[in-house]
Design a protein around this ligand. Structure first.
Ligand code: GLN
Length: 484
């Protein structure tokens, strides 16, 4: 059961070989057994999930269903969900109960999917290892002494350990793709603006984007059909015509032009990862694709640009946590200013404070031109690099992350080395493009991801590009040992 695809589960539900209540209970039992150590979920609420499963079974009985009706999906704890504790993995929101549904949650509810629980993540999605969570580290199911990646590390571990059928993530600089790579999953960050940010707790608003994390591209296509849609409550939501993201699946790849950026295969890339990614590209050659060499000359600037812009936006977004409206408030304080200071000193973790300090600094009157404005100009150049590249190729391929999963604690005190985890993913967010990671092999028993970057709105083709590879390889079906 736990190895079935979303499509297979959907068929089993609709033909009543299994009920949603049974399926949900199967996953809840696995969570009860494995989560105490793995820590992939911050909140599970069996009563709520089972009530939704009952409703799904009633929908199935009447024949009014969608592809995801009755299927248990784990939700990253960055999405506000009505009646659910929604923490963003911060002490600041430790006891915050969602008063409404984020659009993404609403979309899954309307499709009849079951919310299986809220997954662990880096605090306010800031991190690449899930170690900044106030609720503690998450284990990588492939090696419990290693990180699952971040910030959507709980979602990644939950899908890899078969604690849910699929999960949602968010990606500001790589937080869907890098954990997908480190946990052996498929993960997609859509074109900026396709999935609504309403009710998705803001980190860096011009970069944040929600997307699916699942075992296969076919599963992700079904989730995209639910998650994408115009939302007037999000001012950056795109009014893009509704698409069926499964429509390209199965088309041959003959003549597909794959660009390989030389900057993605240079210094800093682990040798085994490079070899595995090259082998995946050879597989694409066999599938009829043509390989072209390209260049994304400003790649090395993407991390410095991101670490000016993302903290700038974060420092503004996080100013709302003031102890007045919601969330944590210090117990003892003097005047109002003291209340703000103590509340924020107590409520935020070290990485979040680091970002707020950097962001406030680069936005200050004396430094705005030198840092923030300059970074915005380079952001434009980075987008132009991709624009030029897509004149030569249909998709771009390379590694998702420079290494496989590292040991818990290994980079915790070295922010720069942690920030470099996203060297191949961050530019995609800066340009607003869609990017995806698919499992491409193993190095010392640890998963390696292949990144596929597409042009704006080219998700349906990208999903087929990943799907074609998943028809001739079985990396995505492998299961970590010891979790059966
Ligand atoms: N690792 C990056 C950061 O720490 C990206 C995180 C994300 O995509 N949410 O900011």
């Amino acid at each position: 059961m736990i190895n079935k695809s979303l499509k297979q589960l959907g068929e089993m539900l609709q033909t009543k070989q299994i009920s949603s209540v049974e399926l949900t209970q199967t996953y809840l039992d696995r969570i009860a057994q494995l989560n105490p150590e793995m820590n992939a979920f911050i909140t599970v609420d069996p009563d709520k999930s089972l009530a939704q499963a009952k409703q799904a079974d009633a929908m199935i009985a009447t024949g009014k269903t969608t592809a995801l009706t009755g299927i248990p999906i784990a939700q990253k704890d960055i999405f506000v969900a009505q009646g659910w504790r929604t923490t963003c993995a911060s002490k600041m929101l430790e006891n915050f109960i969602g008063p409404y549904d984020a659009t993404v949650i609403q979309q899954f509810n309307q499709a009849g999917a079951v919310n299986l629980g809220k997954t662990n993540m880096d605090e306010f999605a800031m991190g690449s290892s899930n170690e900044t969570s106030y609720f503690g580290k998450v284990q990588n199911p492939w090696d419990r002494s290693r990180v699952p990646g971040g910030s959507s590390g709980g979602s990644a571990a939950a899908v890899a350990a078969r604690l849910c059928a699929a999960a949602t993530g968010t990606d500001t600089g790589g937080s869907i793709r890098q954990p997908a790579s480190l946990c052996g999953l498929s993960g997609l960050k859509p074109t900026y603006g396709l999935a609504s940010r309403y009710g998705m707790i803001a980190f860096a608003s011009s970069l944040d984007q929600a997307g699916p994390m699942a075992r296969s591209c076919e599963d992700m296509a079904l989730m995209m059909n639910v998650m994408v849609g115009y939302d007037e409550r999000d001012s950056t939501s795109l009014n893009h015509p509704k698409e069926d993201y499964t429509r390209e699946l199965g088309k041959p790849l003959n003549g597909l032009k794959i660009g390989l950026p030389k900057e993605y295969f240079s210094e800093g890339l682990d040798n085994n990862v490079a070899t595995i990614v090259q082998a995946a590209i050879d597989e694409y050659r066999k599938l009829g694709a043509e390989i072209v060499d390209i260049s994304l000359p400003n790649t090395r600037l993407s991390i410095p640009v991101y670490y000016v812009l993302a903290p700038a936006e974060a420092s503004s977004n996080l100013s709302r946590y003031d102890g007045v409206r919601y969330g944590h408030r210090a117990k003892q304080y003097g005047d109002l200013m003291d209340m703000y200071c103590k509340t924020r000193a107590e409520g935020f973790g070290a990485e979040v404070k680091r970002r707020i300090l950097i962001g406030t600094y680069v936005l200050s009157a004396g430094y705005y031109d030198a840092y923030y404005l300059q970074a915005q100009k380079i952001r434009r150049l980075i987008a132009q690099d991709f624009e030029n590249a897509f004149k030569q190729c249909d998709v771009i391929m390379g590694p998702t992350a420079p290494s496989t999963a590292f040991k818990i604690g290994e980079k915790a005190d070295d922010p720069i080395s942690m920030y470099l985890q996203d060297i191949y993913t961050i530019a995609v967010n800066l340009a607003g493009l869609p990017g995806m990671s698919v499992p491409a092999g193993f190095s010392n028993n640890l998963p390696v991801g292949l990144q596929i970057i597409g042009n704006y709105f080219d998700e349906a083709r990208m999903l087929n590009v990943g799907h074609a590879y998943q028809q001739v390889t079985d990396w995505h079906n492998r299961m970590p040992e010891g979790i059966a």
